[in-house]
Design a protein around this ligand. Structure first.
Ligand code: 2RA
Length: 437
């Protein structure tokens, strides 16, 4: 559909926000900044024209964010690029508005363990996908993947394949992130990166939306998601610090093989199958030792101080997300022969009283956290009873009598969902909500 709308200098922008067929808010006036890129959400109301508060505009493009909640209204997202041209009254031409328009999204690493889950979660959460490009290495090009009712051929990641994408999700190697990230940002797109390449860069927000969603505001084209052990930990610590300030954190992790990728999962499968048949187990390729029937205190490479990179990621990223640059922190990360779901045993010391009842209430009230804590009935989270869920599950919450104010808990999170794909999609949703996309 195309239409023209009168825009008069000084008139207020009318924006109506609709959520699931229900009008939840109405804003009369919004004053966009002078110059630059402005983004707004509109509801078309044939009886009321669109109005803008500014007198300078415009190149105008838009996309539909959601299907029409009813016949007469639908939401579009509009990018208005301010130019020097002043206009007292002019017409905005909406270009090819339709309910099928959406974001132009590319997924780098589409054939990987996280890529597959990304497609599931994007469909479940109704991410406004207009065009979807599924990208991978040359080796995987030509494979076909399903998204909703579409079959999409995987293409090799190239500059051309990324050209014009609004949003790119990357879950591949750090080298791939480094290769494509700056180009995507320079071209005006946004990279949401699952790798470690940019997480600690000062100009790259590292975001768990339920904790520091506001940090997306200062992105410069790249936003990182945390490591899959960091995200649940930051979430739980953020809830707990509403009871008392954090003083020190120590953690031990029990990480599923899918955290190391699809090939690592295949290796565990092959070793378990051989064991079941009573055969010699295939030699390890993805891990330094046999992973089946074993536990390896070794995730990612060792650094000179004796910690692994995984352990340092957990420390540094937790500090960045919580905005606690000096939080004392130590961890030991282990790989265990489970498929999905990273578990953590965490000791938290507080600088003031933190009664367990209050911590429990804070966790219960916090978005994204689910208490599963009735040890007498053997109720606590495990990788098997939490996989496929987007929440972080907490159990075994108890006092730590070894310090003045302390607590211990156990948490489990689906590393492919909230640990990766879901968190990335939540960041996209946060950008949309804040008018940044
Ligand atoms: C792992 N957290 O589990 C790391 C990377 N996804 O190996």
């Amino acid at each position: 559909m195309c239409d023209d709308f009168a825009v008069e200098h000084g008139d207020p922008l009318l924006a109506v926000f609709v959520d699931e067929a229900r009008t939840i808010g109405r804003e009369g006036t919004r004053t966009p900044p002078e110059g630059g890129k402005v983004l707004a959400e509109f509801v078309e109301r044939p009886e009321a024209p669109y109005h803008f508060t500014y007198g300078q505009f415009c190149s105008f493009s838009h996309r539909t964010l959601r299907s029409p909640p009813h016949d007469r209204e639908f939401i579009v997202q509009a990018h208005v690029k301010m130019t020097a041209r002043r206009s007292g009254a002019a017409a905005l031409r909406l270009i090819a508005m339709s309910n099928t328009n959406g974001l132009d999204i590319a997924v780098i690493g589409a054939t990987g363990a996280v890529g597959a889950v990304f497609l599931d979660v994007a469909a479940e959460r109704d991410l406004p996908v207009g065009n979807l490009r599924l990208l991978a290495t040359a080796r995987s090009a030509g494979r076909e993947l399903r998204y909703r009712d579409q079959t999409i051929a995987v293409r090799e990641t190239t500059e051309e394949a990324l050209d014009g994408a609004d949003l790119v999700f990357c879950s591949a190697t750090a080298a791939a992130s480094r290769q494509w990230g700056p180009r995507i940002a320079d071209a005006g797109g946004i990279l949401i990166d699952d790798g470690s390449a940019f997480r600690m860069e000062p100009n790259v927000p590292l975001v768990v939306p339920e904790v520091n969603g506001e940090d997306v505001e200062w992105h410069e084209g790249i936003i990182s998601i945390p490591n899959c052990t960091t995200t649940p930990l930051a979430l739980v610590l953020h809830a707990m610090r509403t009871v008392a300030p954090l003083k020190r954190v120590t953690a031990a992790t029990y990480q599923a093989v899918t955290g190391a990728g699809a090939a690592a999962a295949a290796e565990l499968d092959a070793q378990l199958a051989a064991h079941g048949r009573g055969e010699d187990l295939p030699a390890p390729e993805q891990f330094p030792h046999q992973i089946a029937l074993n536990v390896l205190p070794h995730v990612d490479a060792f650094e000179e101080d004796g910690y692994t990179r995984e352990e340092l990621k957990m420390r540094n990223e937790t500090r960045k997300i919580l905005h606690l640059a000096d939080l004392p922190f130590s961890s030991t990360c282990a790989r265990i022969p489970t498929m999905i779901g990273h578990a953590e045993a965490v000791h938290v010391e507080f600088s003031d009283q933190a009664p367990i009842g209050e911590l429990r209430a804070a966790l219960e009230a916090h978005e994204g956290i689910e208490l599963m804590d009735d040890p007498a009935a053997a109720v606590y989270p495990t990788p098997l009873n939490t996989a496929g869920d987007d929440r972080t599950f907490v159990g075994r919450l108890r006092a730590d009598p070894s310090v003045e104010h302390g607590a211990v808990f156990w948490c489990v999170t689906d590393n492919l969902r909230k640990g990766a794909a879901t968190n990335a999609i939540q960041i996209a949703e946060e950008l949309i909500r804040r008018g940044k996309l």
